[in-house]
Write a protein that binds this ligand. Structure first.
Ligand code: DGI
Ligand code: FE
Ligand code: FE
Length: 187
């Protein structure tokens, strides 16, 4: 089964805690896919692989970005922002995943982006609300995900941008593009 193949590929690349998080994202993404009429196998694959590059060496990731023509804006950023795009590149080159929607769901799982697909929203939201996540406001995000995918997406990106501003962290332009897109559509 593909699930077992992907799970055994990610397990040695991350600490136990991150693996447990990944299982939580997988289960949450599958249930959102069933609820909102998305392909649950695609959701499963994207969820299992979404953090595959989380513990990759930062300099190696920067090198991959350069050598493989990934978004040039990434060059200035650390592993928090690099692990999505580099993870998508690993999924494509090492696991031969060709489904662009799965690759984009991995690529944009940290920042979101303008014009996200249903699968991309599912992975972005599942990453934030999976059962092992514990932060103020997560219950509200879980409740909105049980009601409406777009309203949940808006609540999640707003939470993320608010957190970054409150903690005085630089915001990657693609995160802002996501925020602007979502608030203009779902005011
Ligand atoms: O990999 P995870 O911890 O499961 O979650 P993630 O990929 O959504 O986020 C990783 C981190 O990146 C998290 O601490 C939030 C942070 N992040 C998200 N968007 C931005 C960001 N950090 C900065 N500096 N700028 C962003 O736009
Ligand atoms: Fe991540
Ligand atoms: Fe994650």
């Amino acid at each position: 089964m593909e699930r077992d193949k992907y799970l055994s590929a990610i397990k040695p690349r991350m600490p136990e805690k991150r693996y447990i998080h990944t299982i939580g994202v997988m289960e949450t993404a599958i249930s959102l896919a069933v609820k909102y009429g998305e392909d649950s196998t695609a959701a499963e694959t994207a969820a299992i692989l979404h953090d595959i590059a989380k513990y990759a060496d930062e300099d190696w990731m920067r090198q991959m970005v350069k050598e493989n023509g990934l978004d040039a804006r990434l060059a200035e950023w650390g592993s928090e922002i690099l692990h999505g795009p580099v993870g998508a590149w690993i999924a494509e080159t090492e696991f031969n995943i060709t489904n662009e929607d799965i690759l984009n769901s991995i690529r944009f799982h940290t920042t979101g982006r303008a014009g996200m697909s249903k699968l991309e929203k599912i992975i972005y939201i599942a990453d934030m609300i999976e059962p092992n996540r514990k932060f103020d406001g997560v219950e509200h995000l879980r409740k909105s995900a049980s009601e409406d995918l777009d309203i949940a997406m808006k609540a999640c990106i707003c939470h993320s941008i608010r957190f970054l501003v409150n903690t005085e962290q630089p915001i990657y332009p693609v995160s802002i593009e996501c925020f602007n897109d979502v608030i203009s559509k779902y005011a």
